[in-house]
Design a protein around this ligand. Structure first.
Ligand code: ADP
Ligand code: F6P
Length: 481
């Protein structure tokens, strides 16, 4: 039996969020080790509750409740109005009320205490995403010497952008408490190592690991993937045509949470540009599924209005009585319908301005009929572009280039479509979700172990302790004697 796995992520598989690749990958790893998945309950509470069992995802899940203030300041605030824009190269959107950071740190400290109540000394702990950067530091401060891994699903921020944080040096320090730091791409690893190179506290070991104040961290890329077989199966299952009698002649599909990082307004503009020059007699559509997300954050309200305005303007300019060129659905849709739409589409447009990986790109490729596949148009700024080099790679800031790519995709000869699809599909299979999880966990199991709990606790509280203004500075050192 492998060591027990404890997975931690803000979202846990409940109800409608229980069928993605991450869920499948972790569910298998969790059930193989008799492990548990810890995360936030979908319903708010007082923030004082103990954890409770929730059902979903086919594995044992324990949920803590977030209070309304925590949802505002930790989730919508620090996680999604500071760290998300920071990691997606939008520091102009960062909002910094001090309560965001305070509550973020406090939630991480509280979650660490809850984990410490259930963790056994030889459990592997796998923390997911930017909601929990400081979690390992909090766990170390409580004396846990377990192997702790972290996987960042979104891009690693650039060194320059990190200066937007109130204590930029804490960021490198938080990550140094993990034994293994998993990132999506080689580009992310390069940015992370650049951060450590610029930090006088860090040194590089001959085996490539980073040593910071006695802690050793291995930094590696593990490109995430999807549950390929399941998605292919969904796409291949017949059934009612999702369009009914309104099926378009040919269409390009876009599927994204309505997030400013996804570059949807430029995708619409590029489609508008393509419509102007399209071959005579053709009536293509752009089918955009973009469910709302993080709606209480101003930047998300702004992007929603911007998109509605562009869609309305383009349809006003190009639609005919029996043809609507942009079909925009601002709702979530059933995954099996989504998979069938992917299979029917002639092309998929992924135009992210920044994206950790972009699983939609992999889902589109997996859904295709290899004998008559559609074409993936893929932003150079999506992590998926690092390996899927046979997609039609585009610069999402260049409207002309994207319009030309739409034209090329819709006119592409069958042989070229097959060849490009086969190359992309090879990547999709090689990086599928189960392998991704297995590779990360194999690497975590062989990481250099951490210091003993007692030493870890002392060194961690030493690093974390910031003297109050009236406190004598040497008190910190006294604690270590
Ligand atoms: P992100 O994690 O930033 O949202 P990804 O592309 O990596 O972006 O993953 C998005 C996931 O959410 C994919 O599995 C995709 O199929 C799913 N998804 C996105 N939009 C919808 C939708 N409208 N309905 C159902 N699933 C969706
Ligand atoms: O891929 C990044 C990510 O933040 C995931 O962690 C998350 O599940 C997804 O995007 C959706 O975001 P949210 O959980 O804020 O709805």
């Amino acid at each position: 039996m492998p060591p027990r796995l404890i997975a931690v992520s803000n979202r846990i598989p409940t109800g409608s969020h229980s069928s993605g690749g991450l869920v499948v990958a972790l569910r298998d790893a969790l059930s193989a080790s008799g492990g548990l998945w810890i995360g936030a309950h979908p319903d708010p509470g007082t923030g004082l509750e103990e954890m409770e069992e929730v059902s979903g995802g086919g594995c044992r899940c324990l949920a803590f409740r977030l209070s309304e203030e925590e949802i505002s300041d930790y989730y919508l605030g620090y996680a999604n109005s500071v760290l998300w824009p920071l990691c997606h190269r939008r520091v102009d959107l960062v909002e910094m009320p001090s309560t965001y950071e305070e509550r973020y740190r406090a939630v991480n400290a509280r979650v660490a205490k809850l984990i410490a109540q259930v963790a056994r000394p030889d459990d592997l702990i796998w923390v997911h995403d930017y909601h929990f950067f400081p979690l390992a530091s909090e766990l170390r401060a409580l004396g846990l010497a377990n192997r702790i891994g972290f996987f960042l699903h979104i891009p690693f921020p650039s060194l320059g952008d990190l200066s937007v944080l109130s204590q930029p040096e804490d960021f490198a320090d938080w990550l140094a408490d993990y034994n293994l730091l998993g990132l999506q791409t080689r580009g992310d690893v390069a940015r992370c190592l650049e951060m450590y190179r610029a930090d006088p506290r860090a040194e590089f070991m001959p085996d490539g690991t980073v040593k910071m104040q006695g802690r050793i961290t291995s930094v590696r890329s593990f490109p995430i993937g999807i549950d390929v077989d399941h998605f292919r199966e969904l796409a291949g299952v017949g059934g009612r045509n999702p369009f009914g009698r309104e099926a378009p002649d040919s269409f390009v599909i876009g599927v994204d949470r309505l997030d400013y990082s996804k570059g949807i307004p430029n995708r619409f503009r590029a489609f508008g540009r393509y419509l102007k020059t399209r071959p005579e007699g053709t009536r293509p559509c752009l089918v955009q599924i973009a469910p709302p997300t993080r709606e209480r954050v101003q930047a998300y309200q702004d992007i929603t209005s911007e998109l509605e305005e562009i869609a309305g303007r383009l349809n006003g300019a190009f639609a005919e009585l029996d043809w609507t060129p942009i079909r925009y659905i601002h709702r979530s849709i059933d995954r099996s319908v989504l998979a069938r739409l992917h299979r029917m589409a002639r092309a998929c447009a992924v135009t992210s301005l920044a994206d950790g990986m972009n699983l939609v790109a992999k889902e589109f490729v997996a859904a295709q009929d290899p004998e008559d596949p559609g074409v993936l148009i893929l932003s150079r700024f999506a992590g998926a572009a690092e390996d899927m080099t046979q997609a039609l790679l585009v610069n999402p800031y260049d409207i002309e280039e994207m319009a030309a790519a739409i034209h090329q995709a819709l006119e592409m000869p069958l042989e070229e479509r097959r060849a490009r699809h086969a190359a992309c599909m090879e990547v999709v299979k090689r990086t599928d979700a189960a392998r991704w999880a297995a590779q990360f966990l194999a690497a975590l199991r062989t990481c250099m172990p951490t210091l003993s709990p007692q030493v870890a606790r002392l060194s961690s509280s030493h690093r974390r302790h910031r003297p109050a203004p009236d406190e004598k500075p040497d008190r910190v050192d006294e604690r270590l004697e």
